[in-house]
Design a binder for this molecule. Structure first.
Ligand SMILES: Nc1nc2c(c(=O)[nH]1)N[C@H]1C(S)=C(S)[C@@H](COP(=O)(O)OP(=O)(O)OC[C@H]3O[C@@H](n4cnc5c(N)ncnc54)[C@H](O)[C@@H]3O)O[C@H]1N2
Ligand code: MOO
Ligand SMILES: [Mg+2]
Length: 402
């Protein structure tokens, strides 16, 4: 860092991006079947069309009775009720054989599990334990009432939410349309896997990383491939992406002489070049090209990972109307010491070992292997030193990558 450099706190950059996201919502809607709804964002509240359970039912395999009918004398069994049956009303002075999930017959108010009964030689039932009114009965509507809102608009749908929608009989949901995100990898040095490497070349890792991640986030990816370090080509590539809701590029955002993204944006749109107080991930570009938002992530792969996870991901989710977009993480004790209080907040690629967080030995922002080894990012705040056992926040990669 040079002496005159002003660094932007992460929170400031996040807040600016989220404000921009709120001003540019993805507002198209789609009706999708549950099978296609994983990872999508609800566009309207999910409202229950029925009581759940729809009728009182048994929580146990056993016997249903009206509690007042049990006076210590064995009760005859008047019917057998399996799950899926429509039972008769319970004959007074009798009990019903019943199984888990089967409807309680009208007139019954309690269930005893079969382990706590004695079946007499004549088939009548004696209850061997004291009974409580309504025991082992799941009342109608105990989970939800018809008309209740079960999930608000802006909820990201995952396995649990899809299960919940199915439980109230919804076969389709209204979700936000998928954001179209164009992925552009800049750099003359880049070659796609499968090609031979010439002198000075490296394989393009960011493209694969971002495309897979964006797909998991419920985006439609426009794969714009590799862009050479050339101003005319940069202009042409950006111009061709007129369908994109967001153009996401990597590389070419620093101060190098081959960093053309900024030049193209300055010519035909808007450009903000941020130097963030985080490591990795210092340089970040936000701008517009002919009215289309562009986020330029730093090219070093670990920097791409951290800036996408902490900035671009929340931005995209907020454009979809998601309320909580930033990772929570949790505090863990450090399994290492940190002697130098840095000016940039560090996001160490780290994992948990016996309840403590340990960092990958090589934290260079060019080393993607650090992130593959890691289970999460350990946050060392700017201006702090750490002793072993001091607490720091650990953000699981699983929280970011989903
Ligand atoms: N004089 C300064 N130089 C640099 C500064 C600075 O402040 N002053 N910042 C450094 C930091 S921090 C970072 S991070 C990088 C960011 O550079 P760019 O985003 O402009 O990216 P490039 O220079 O194009 O590439 C950086 C690095 O990453 C490799 N790369 C790029 N794209 C890919 C890809 N798709 N797959 C794999 N690897 C990729 C590229 O070959 C470079 O090694 O700037 C520092 N410099
Ligand atoms: O911010 Mo750069 O990402 O430190 O290498
Ligand atoms: Mg480059």
């Amino acid at each position: 860092m040079n002496a005159g450099e002003t660094l932007m706190p992460l929170e400031v950059a996040q807040a600016r991006l989220l404000a921009l996201a709120e001003a540019a919502p993805i507002d198209g809607l789609e009706r999708v079947g549950l099978a296609a709804a994983d990872g999508r964002v609800l566009a309207e509240p999910m409202i229950a069309g029925l009581d759940l359970p729809p009728w009182p039912n048994s929580a146990m395999d056993g016997y249903a009775l009206r509690l007042g009918d049990w006076q210590g004398e064995p009760l005859p069994v008047s019917q057998r009720i399996l799950a899926g049956c429509a039972p008769q009303a319970l004959e007074p002075g009798t009990c019903a054989r019943i199984f888990t999930g089967a409807p309680l017959p009208a007139g019954a108010d309690s269930v005893e599990m079969q382990e706590n009964v004695v079946v007499e030689a004549d088939g009548r039932i004696t209850f061997s334990e004291p009974l409580r009114l309504a025991q082992n009965v799941r009342p109608q509507g105990q989970e939800n009432r018809k008309g209740e809102t079960l999930l608000p608009a802006g909820t990201r749908l995952g396995p649990v939410e899809l299960g919940l929608a199915a439980s109230i009989g919804m076969a389709e949901l209204t979700v936000r349309r998928k954001p179209r995100v164009a992925v552009l990898s800049t750099g003359d040095e880049l070659v796609e896997p499968g090609q031979p490497l010439a002198a000075g070349q490296i394989y393009n890792s960011n493209r694969r990383l971002l495309i897979a991640w964006l797909q998991r986030l419920g985006c439609e990816v426009i794969d714009a491939g590799i862009l050479a370090d050339d101003l005319a080509l940069t202009r042409a590539a950006l111009g061709a992406l007129h369908d994109a809701d967001l153009i996401l590029s990597t590389g070419g955002v620093s101060v190098g002489e081959a960093d053309f993204l900024g030049i193209a944006l300055r010519e035909e749109g808007e450009l903000a070049l941020w130097k963030l107080a985080i490591k990795p991930g210092k340089p970040l570009t936000f701008g517009e090209f002919r009215g289309r938002p562009v986020i330029g992530l730093p090219g070093n792969p670990a920097s791409t990972l951290v800036t996408f996870g902490l900035l671009a991901r929340p931005y995209l989710l907020r454009r979809l109307g998601v309320e909580r977009v930033e990772p929570l993480g949790f505090p863990v004790p450090a399994g290492f010491t940190w002697a130098k209080a840095g000016k940039r907040r560090e996001y160490l690629r780290a994992r948990l070992d016996k309840g403590r967080v340990v960092a990958y030995p090589n934290q260079s922002s060019g080393v993607l292997r650090s992130a593959a080894w890691a289970e999460g990012l350990a946050e060392v705040l700017e201006g702090t030193t750490l002793e072993e056992g001091d607490s720091l926040r650990f953000i699981p990669l699983s929280e970011l990558l989903g």
